[in-house]
Design a protein around this ligand. Structure first.
Ligand SMILES: [Zn+2]
Length: 108
């Protein structure tokens, strides 16, 4: 689904794929995409917490588990990037994203 955030269009399927690459839990990816599709802005999806500035917005259940940045890091288990959370190498991310998106397209 396409969502409009501050005049820019985003595709929630692409955001979900990005979340998988970043290693975010499935529950948080689902919550994030559902919240955007229901009209919330990213700043309204999670209350302020130790995840601030990481780009990761945990679901309410995961927010309740996180009191420190280490608690947040402990949620990120299946990361496909070589850089530790929350850092991202754009080229590595782009290459992975394109490869995974192509694989998904070829299977559908
Ligand atoms: Zn979660």
């Amino acid at each position: 689904m396409k969502v409009n955030i501050k005049g820019l269009n985003f595709d929630t399927d692409a955001m979900a794929l990005s979340g998988l690459i970043f290693g975010y839990p499935d529950c948080c990816i689902t919550h994030f995409c559902d919240a955007l599709e229901s009209g919330l802005l990213p700043g309204q999806i999670a209350k302020p917490g130790p995840w601030d500035g990481t780009g990761f917005l945990p679901c309410p259940k995961c927010q309740a588990k996180c009191e420190t940045r280490d608690d947040v890091k402990a949620l990120i288990k299946t990361r496909y990037l070589s850089t530790p959370f929350p850092a991202v190498k754009d080229r590595e991310f782009d290459a992975l994203f394109n490869r995974m998106a192509k694989a998904v397209r070829e299977r559908s």
